[in-house]
Design a protein around this ligand. Structure first.
Ligand code: GLY
Length: 340
């Protein structure tokens, strides 16, 4: 069976992303040579196991965004101390995006930086969250506001883990795949799953290699994410990330149209790709509170000079700052989002 190896090219911190069925069997060769023990950070619900040859201890964290917080980092740090984890050892993040974000941040902070290897078990994780070194947790004021860039030493995307992934989570992954469709124009659904994931990894690896710390092109990976993060928060995370990204891209298209950056036909194309081709919801089921969403969007990490969005336009998708509330309202109206 095909195994793809994509290199995330970051000089001395470069690392492989291994994609294929059964590739978790390669884990020992991917661990740092200095590691004598591993702490596997995972969740009870993850039905996938890793068995490194070195000594390992498994530590469970809670399931759901409400556990993606500083208390979980404190708990992990206390476990690392009890286990005697050193900076030469390794943390293994085994799970979806929430697990790898938390395990990565705990590793980044432990002894000011301990290696981490991610074994991604969700489609969102494989095509996005586990790659590129963004780690972090949420605080009451916003999602992922506390974190660090901490690149893993390797990422394992074993497609066997997807066999038990709930359908809703697969759809969430498709939300991120659809994002790459708009960033590159690639027909990703034409590819079989292993090649599709590997292609998404290649697209992301190239963007990360060019702009590791998001001072330019990497911000484009946030297409659809400004509204998405706000929707996730205001729904108390009952709307999942990938679902929110799909709706967020539709909103971004309406916003770009309201700002006369794109035609109505291009807005329709967003509906066609997201709604029909990818089969994703283009609107949240619940009513929304626009004022709350606008407030949350103001606190988005990208909002350094006013309300900031990643928007489509004549020269492609780009970061646009200083978006007016009038245009935000016009986009809400065009989407016919019912108010709470
Ligand atoms: N998930 C967006 C990024 O890694 O930059």
């Amino acid at each position: 069976m095909t195994v793809s190896r994509v290199n995330v090219d970051l000089g001395t911190r470069s690392y492989p992303v291994v994609v294929g069925h059964g590739v978790v069997g390669e884990i020992d060769s991917l661990l740092p040579k200095t590691a004598k023990r591993a702490v596997i950070v995972t969740q009870k619900e993850i039905g996938f196991v890793v068995k490194p040859k070195i000594d390992s201890t498994t530590v469970l964290i809670g399931n759901g965004e409400q556990h993606k917080n500083l208390q979980t980092i404190e708990m992990l740090s206390q476990k690392f101390a009890e286990i005697g984890l050193t900076r030469n050892d390794v943390v293994i993040g085994l799970g979806g995006g929430m697990v790898t974000d938390v395990a990565g941040f705990a590793a980044a902070s432990w002894h000011r930086g301990t290696p981490v290897l991610h074994v991604s078990t969700s489609l969102v994780g494989m095509v996005d969250a586990a790659i590129g070194g963004k780690t972090g947790v949420n605080i009451d004021q916003g999602k992922n506001l506390v974190g660090a860039f901490w690149q893993p030493c390797a990422v394992v995307c074993d497609l066997d883990a997807l066999k038990t992934l709930p359908e809703r989570e697969m759809r969430c992954g498709l939300g991120e795949v659809a994002k790459y469709h708009f960033l590159t124009g690639d027909d990703l659904l034409a590819l079989e799953m292993p090649q599709r994931i590997a292609r998404c990894v290649e697209i992301k690896a190239k963007i990360v290699a060019a702009d590791e710390r998001e001072s330019g092109g990497r911000a484009l990976l946030n297409y659809g994410h400004t509204l998405a993060h706000a929707l996730e928060r205001s729904s108390n995370f009952s709307l999942a990330h990938g679902e929110a990204v799909a709706v967020g891209m539709i909103y971004a298209a309406h916003l770009a149209h309201a700002m006369q950056r794109i035609s109505q036909a291009r807005v329709e194309e967003h509906y066609k790709v997201i709604g029909q081709t990818y089969g994703l919801k283009v609107k949240p089921d619940e009513r929304v509170n626009r004022k709350e969403l606008i407030e949350l969007m103001r606190h988005d990490k990208k909002a350094v000079s006013g309300l900031t969005f990643v928007l489509d336009g004549a020269s492609g998708i780009e970061v646009v700052s200083g978006v007016s509330e009038k245009h935000l309202e016009q986009a809400f109206d065009a989407m016919q989002l019912s108010e709470k």
